[in-house]
Design a protein around this ligand. Structure first.
Ligand code: LMR
Length: 343
């Protein structure tokens, strides 16, 4: 073929590709046969790091369903579980740069933005889930949730998970002295490091997506988490012992970014707000139950030797962990701790 024919053929091909791209992507609003424009669908991404069968996984799906229903399908929340879009080291940055519109990190991971979020990790502070929910709903809890707005981050809701318990692969952990020289994975933050130091143990912060492997290859001996995270992450496959300690909590802040939020119409904001309220109520209904179910499954699996702290053991841990209160009380805010205690 002559050179001119090649150029002509190339031109036809390029026009074809261009036309296909325009049609294939819809090019904005979709045209109907009558020529009227359909409103463009608002697609939003919700990234999180846990499995779907957890309180956060279920609440995120519920939120997406409610947004679709309430908007008559003009708004869509795409949920990405299990760090499939971003790991917990990446998701905050992704949110701020508006690459995703919703995340729900464990508040412990917000420590660099506001150390007061570590309140959920204060040892033995909340006696049950209801007390935590009362705190989340209190003036102080709401002020904490909304404390990141000057950083371009808007808190939409507190979502619960539940209480943390220890697992490890070395020995049963019944008393504070049993922790000596063991190394535990932590989510992040100096408070959790101090908690393990108070037990003469080491701490290594690590992304959630890396924990299974770190337990498997012995990089760390143990970790602390809720029953549903322990079960859905399959830690019983790579751990030998579990201590039912309920020594601290793990809860979430559902966050969006202000750039995205300010781009919404009042109606869209209303839909998201209502869907979030309903999804939050759903998470609260579900959290304790999912933890209880996971605890039963862990027991039935027979893979972990389980020890439950007695009242006396518990008192020994409260005393051993007192240095955490001495050091972090002022950093978190004694008033906030008092508010949580009285919730
Ligand atoms: C963890 O890292 O252990 C948890 O924060 C994971 C989660 O989101 O529940």
């Amino acid at each position: 073929m002559k050179r001119r024919s090649w150029i002509a053929l190339l031109g036809v091909l390029l026009i074809g590709i261009f036309a296909f791209t325009i049609v294939g992507c819809g090019g904005g609003g979709e045209s109907t046969e009558g020529g009227s424009e359909q409103p463009e669908k608002l697609v939003m991404k919700f990234s999180h790091v846990v499995a779907e069968k957890t309180p956060k996984g279920q609440a995120a799906l519920k939120f997406a369903k409610l947004v679709a229903e309430k908007s008559g399908g003009t708004m869509e929340v795409q949920v990405y579980p299990s760090s499939s879009l971003y790991t917990d080291h990446e998701e905050l940055e992704a949110l701020i740069s508006n690459n995703c519109q919703f995340i729900a990190p464990s508040v412990t991971k917000l420590v660099k933005l506001n150390p007061s979020f570590q309140i959920v990790d204060m040892p033995f502070l909340f006696k049950d889930s209801q007390q935590a929910y009362n705190f989340f709903d209190s003036e102080e809890g709401q002020a904490l949730l909304h404390s990141l707005e000057d950083k371009g981050i808007l808190g939409l809701a507190w979502w619960p998970n539940g209480t943390k318990n220890f697992t490890n692969s070395v020995r049963p952990l019944k008393r504070p002295e049993d922790f000596k020289n063991l190394k535990f994975r932590t989510q992040s933050g100096a408070l959790l490091t101090a908690q393990f130091e108070a037990l003469d143990a080491g701490a290594q912060p690590m992304a959630f997506s890396e924990v299974y492997q770190a337990l498997q290859n012995g990089t760390v001996d143990g970790q602390e988490n809720t029953f549903n995270n322990i079960w859905t992450q399959k830690y019983p496959e790579v751990q030998k012992y579990m201590t039912v300690s309920h020594h601290g909590r793990l809860d979430y802040a559902v966050l969006t970014n202000t750039t995205f939020w300010n781009s919404l119409t009042d109606e869209q904001k209303q839909i998201i707000t209502e869907a979030m309220e309903e999804a939050t109520a759903y998470a609260r209904e579900l959290a304790d139950k999912l933890n209880q179910d996971a605890f039963e499954k862990i027991k039935e699996s027979g893979k972990l030797e389980i020890y439950t702290l007695t009242d006396e053991d518990r008192q020994a841990f409260i005393e051993a962990m007192q240095p955490v209160y001495d050091e972090f009380g002022p950093k978190i805010g004694e008033d906030l701790i008092e508010a949580a205690r009285n919730s």
